[in-house]
Design a protein. Structure first.
Length: 418
């Protein structure tokens, strides 16, 4: 298959790339809706997919919050096809199967996923299951053996409405788990599903809906979204297009994130942050050119060990990851510094220090932890396991050019962050 992108890289120290480079860029992304009350357009978005009735998939707290659900139901109008408010942070395969059965029961042919990354991942998995008859034991056995499930030839059209700032919206992949407590399986399994057909048909960024989310959840999720911009810029598969969107997104996040707590999440601040969050993830989910790497792999490694919001792990680890990279390679620090509003005329070492200080400032203004020992339930004895799990994460294949962080290096990094 011809790659969707073919680019000859320029000098690694360049702040920007020119169109003298060879570029072929292909991206099949969702229709983006942005602004207060944009969910009023949900009815038309459902009809645009060819569907007639949409099932809302969300968690219990979101499903019980009229400030979130009522505007969405009103926007759906006669395309509203029921509410499935059963997703959990565990992202169980059994929950996705139950959502798929509910689609059949409600005669719904589209999904509107509302919430953070967990709800969106469960909804995406339900979309992958399609509308056919499901043999749950057989499906779970396949997942247990392969860590994934087959994607239906006719996945259910999906529309996403994020309520957090993690940036899990413009993606065709989803993490999913199975456990003997909820699934017909002998031991816990973590895996996922990924297929370009699972890219949402539309995404709705409504600041008034995001503003209903508790501030501590928003602050933690914001670091997850912020780090998507950082990793996009130093990714080996960076392109001029993703450079532009990620850099603009980081500038907006640099402006908005330090004010999130101070303004108590007013809609103007959230609007700025939401725009930045949408931009940093635009175009990063493509079959041949994934962008996320070390920071997100560490989030997965810690999350698989203790129950923690991944954004908190990012807040702690990103300064250490950046220091590791800058000590070894240029790491596109001038382009990253420019996006973060740092004086790029500084020498290499001073520039690295300023970039890291800026990231730490954002973390501190969000009132997020700075050391791993602050995470409840995490002990120093866990670090060996986290290093192994992180080293085995598929995202580690996307490390910046010239970086080869193995399990030993990861353990040292975790110990420094302890």
């Amino acid at each position: 298959m011809e790659p969707a992108f073919d680019w000859v890289h320029g000098a690694s120290a360049s702040i920007s790339h020119t169109m003298m480079d060879r570029v072929r860029y292909e991206y099949d992304g969702p229709v983006l809706h942005f602004g207060d009350s944009c969910v009023d357009d949900l009815h038309a978005a459902i009809r645009h997919t060819g569907a007639q009735r949409a099932l809302i998939v969300c968690g219990r707290s979101v499903g019980a919050n009229p400030a979130v659900i009522e505007p969405i139901r009103d926007g759906l109008g006669d395309t509203f096809g029921g509410l499935f408010a059963e997703t959990t942070p565990d992202k169980r395969l059994a929950t996705a199967v139950a959502a798929s059965h509910r689609l059949t029961d409600e005669q719904a042919d589209a999904i509107v996923a509302v919430g953070g990354g967990s709800s969106l991942d469960v909804a995406k998995t339900a979309s992958a299951l399609g509308s056919g008859d499901l043999n749950q034991p057989e499906l779970t056995q396949t997942f247990g053996e392969q860590g994934t499930i087959p994607v239906s030839e006719n996945p259910i059209p999906l529309i996403v409405i994020p309520t957090t700032l993690a940036g899990a919206d413009l993606s065709f992949g989803a993490g999913i788990t199975a456990d003997p407590a909820t699934d017909p399986i002998d031991k816990p399994v973590s895996g996922g599903v990924s297929n370009p057909a699972l890219m949402p048909a539309a995404a709705f960024y409504d600041p008034s809906i995001v503003a209903t989310t508790p501030m501590d959840v928003l602050a933690g999720s914001a670091m997850n979204g912020f780090d998507k911009g950082i990793e996009t810029l130093y990714a080996p598969s960076a392109t001029p297009i993703t450079d532009a969107t990620a850099a603009r997104g980081l500038r907006l996040l640099r402006r908005g994130l330090p004010e999130l707590i101070a303004t108590e999440g007013d809609t103007d601040t959230i609007s700025t942050i939401l725009e930045g969050t949408a931009l940093v993830q635009y175009g990063i989910a493509r079959p041949d050119a994934r962008k996320l790497s070390i920071i997100h792999a560490l989030g997965h490694g810690v999350k698989a060990t203790v129950d923690v919001q991944q954004g908190l792990v990012h807040a702690i680890m990103v300064p250490h990851v950046l220091r590791f990279i800058f000590d070894r390679v240029e790491g596109r620090r001038r382009f990253l510094g420019d996006a973060l509003g740092v004086d790029t005329h500084l020498g290499d070492d001073a520039l690295a220090d300023e970039i890291i200080s800026t990231v730490e400032l954002i973390r501190d203004r969000l009132r997020l932890p700075s050391r791993l020992h602050e995470i409840p339930g995490l002990t120093r004895d866990h670090l060996d396991l986290i290093a192994k799990r992180t080293a085995d994460d598929s995202l580690m294949a996307n490390q910046p050019r010239g970086i080869d962080m193995d399990e030993t290096a990861l353990l040292k990094l975790l110990e420094r962050a302890w």
